[in-house]
Design a protein around this ligand. Structure first.
Ligand SMILES: Nc1nc2c(ncn2[C@@H]2O[C@H](COP(=O)(O)OP(=O)(O)OP(=O)(O)O)[C@@H](O)[C@H]2O)c(=O)[nH]1
Ligand SMILES: [Mg+2]
Length: 627
């Protein structure tokens, strides 16, 4: 395509379009999932959805409607990139999307004062509009008597109660969408007053519905008195995080043992059945050693996500953001950056996308730059492998498991690294910035349902196994081939792998990596690990399995490494992985979100530099201590 003139072709797919619009965290995505059978992410904090997502709703009469889930918005004057997505759709400005035929205004029945203002603004657009009075269960439990019919008379549009977390909680909404009279031409735009006027209109409605009284104190308020307490709050947060890391090691031990045993058994059976040769090496050293080496970390990843899901669903996350706002303010970050950074513990990609909720462009860029330093779940296999090989499993001070302590320290290293960079950017960055207080909503706490946690874990397991069967498999096979060919010349004295292509490349790279303590096997493993960090584990497993021709098939990698590397090397490699931006998809996401090559290049450059310096320092300090 030529870039000369800006002709934007708007492609509007057919089918009548329903858009779900509402304040953040009112349950739009929960309803969207019920209506369309999708499984988009639902969690108890504002700003979960940052892109528009489409699904299909089939009416009883067999008609299909296209349904859009949209990011939450407080008003139709967008302040952050995610709100802009919603407002663009409502005005028909979204690229490749037509203007909705019907808007479902989702409102949180326990917070009508704020939610109704957006409804009034949407009504003024003149689009056919209906109201889903969501969280009807919560309102009933709290004794807030919202009368849907009375509200419908006040607003002049249909109002139906819904419960986003109950199967069939969308029944009334479905019935309404079936109603043909809904799909008439747009209503005339209301001529109500704007802004301040809306405030009074809402107040008048609430008074007439007898809903303007002071709310009784809720259970959430009582919990918050402890959780947000200036002393108890941070202590609880620290304890919680610490428990998570202990659990990741303690609980995973047994299931990891099973997977290891199974891998070894498969390796031996298959290895025994195949004749000595290339095919056997491919299956045993390439596939089984490589992939088995990664799959073994599934239990740890699931345990980590189990806790992340609990924190997300319970409503604790915004509290943690609130507690850390002061601390983050000290290094020039706002509490707004907390949730994007925390999401990056799963994976930097959703974390970087979540920065769309940050209104200030400079804050957003800084958060994007820091997100890859948070320890994503792809690093877990690498850390866990090195810890299992080099850190003895024993109790230290007060019954803490040393391996868990080291893992915690690695996570902390990423966080402190990010804070240090943020501080430098604040100190030497351009211009003075005013400090703003964090305005963040604290949603009501609720118990995560077993169903939603189970579903979340299932999704994580599938994502991980798909990675193993996809990118990790491909890269491992490529590495196996490079390590196996060409075969060594006649009368070769060194192990065969040293004559292979991988061996040669590794030895060439080792010149760069030698000062930080990496041998050629590590150097070669780092190359395919640019595609996905876990590949480092599969690659090491393959390189050592191929290189270790005489050894029993399917033997565990950790003891091999423990024999071959010094402690200093292992620690340096851990330090490298804290910082190294070993993930092309993250860099691609940064390019997409910032719209250019500048920021992904800056990110890659400074993180590789940091990684090298950190590994160098770690290696030499460790050597000095005689490790
Ligand atoms: N009790 C109750 N909880 C609900 C209901 N609907 C949704 N929730 C919960 O409310 C929280 C927010 O739901 P989401 O669907 O993620 O909200 P959203 O409006 O899509 O939020 P954003 O994408 O951040 O704008 C989640 O914890 C849901 O489980 C409901 O009707 N009753
Ligand atoms: Mg959502």
């Amino acid at each position: 395509m030529s870039g000369c003139h800006e002709t934007v072709v708007h492609f509007h797919p057919g089918g009548q379009l329903v858009a779900l619009v509402g304040n953040p965290n009112c349950g739009k995505t929960a309803l969207f999932n019920l209506l369309t059978g999708s499984r988009q992410k639902v969690a108890n904090y504002a700003g979960v959805t940052v892109e528009r997502k489409e699904g299909v709703f089939r009416t009883a009469a067999g008609k299909t409607l296209r349904v859009l889930d949209l990011p939450g918005a407080y008003s139709l004057h967008p302040r952050s990139p995610d709100e802009r997505v919603t407002v663009d759709v409502l005005y028909g400005r979204a690229k490749g999307e037509r203007r909705p035929d019907v808007v479902v205004c989702v409102v949180d029945a326990t917070n009508l004062r704020r939610n109704l203002r957006l409804v009034l603004a949407v009504q003024r657009l003149g689009l056919p509009c209906i109201v889903a009075l969501n969280m009807a269960d919560m309102a009933a439990r709290r004794g807030i008597p919202v009368d849907a019919e009375a509200l419908s008379r006040e607003l002049g549009v249909p109002v139906v109660p819904t419960v986003g977390i109950k199967t069939d909680g969308d029944r009334a909404l479905r019935a309404l969408l079936e109603d043909k009279t809904l799909w008439r031409a747009p209503q005339p735009a209301h001529d109500k007053l704007h802004l301040d006027g809306d405030h009074h209109t809402v107040q008048a409605i609430l008074e007439r519905l007898d809903l303007d009284k002071a709310m009784p104190e809720t259970a959430s308020d009582r919990i918050d008195r402890v959780v947000l307490h200036p002393v108890a709050g941070p202590a609880i947060l620290a304890l919680l995080l610490f428990l998570v890391f202990q659990a990741v090691f303690a609980w995973a031990e047994a299931p990891m043992g099973w997977i290891e045993a199974a891998t070894a058994a498969v390796g031996q059976t298959v290895g025994g059945a195949l004749p000595e040769g290339v095919l056997r090496s491919f299956v045993v050293d390439g596939l089984i050693a490589g992939l088995g080496g990664v799959v073994v970390f599934l239990p740890q990843i699931l345990i980590l996500f189990f806790f992340i899901l609990l924190l997300e669903e319970s409503g604790y996350l915004p509290r943690a953001a609130f507690l850390l706002d002061r601390l983050m303010g000290g290094v020039g970050l706002s509490g707004r950056s907390f949730i994007p950074l925390l999401s990056s513990f799963a994976c930097a990609i959703p974390g970087i996308m979540a920065t769309r909720t940050i209104a200030d462009p400079r804050d957003r860029i800084v958060t994007i730059l820091l997100a890859p330093m948070m320890t994503c779940s792809a690093r877990l296999p690498v850390y866990a492998l090195l810890i299992a090989a080099f850190i003895p499993s024993r109790q230290v001070a007060g019954g803490l498991e040393l391996q868990g302590v080291v893992l915690f320290a690695l996570y902390m290293a990423g966080i402190f690294g990010a804070f240090a960079v943020a501080w430098v950017l604040k100190r030497f960055g351009s211009g003075k910035r005013q400090v703003r207080t964090l305005m963040m909503e604290l949603p009501a706490y609720h118990w995560p349902t077993v169903r939603s946690v189970a579903l979340g874990l299932w999704q994580r397991a599938t994502i991980f196994l798909r990675r193993v069967g996809g990118v990790i498999l491909v890269l491992t096979v490529v590495l196996w081939a490079l390590s196996s060919f060409p075969a060594p010349p006649e009368g070769a004295t060194q192990p065969a792998i040293e004559y292979s292509l991988a061996g040669r490349i590794g030895q060439a790279l080792a010149v760069v990596f030698e000062p930080i303590g990496f041998n050629w096997q590590i150097s070669i493993a780092l190359v395919p690990a640019m595609g996905a960090r876990e590949v480092a584990v599969a690659a090491l497993a393959t390189v050592y399995a191929v290189g270790d021709a005489g050894d029993e098939a399917g033997s565990a990698l950790a003891p091999l490494l423990a024999q071959d590397w010094s402690m200093a090397t292992a620690l340096a490699l851990m330090a490298w992985f804290v910082f190294a931006p070993q993930c092309l998809s993250t860099l691609a996401t940064i390019k997409r979100e910032t719209g250019g090559w500048k920021w992904p290049l800056v990110t890659a450059g400074y993180l590789f530099a940091l990684a090298y310096v950190a590994a160098f320092a770690t290696y030499h300090v460790a050597l000095a201590f005689g490790l």
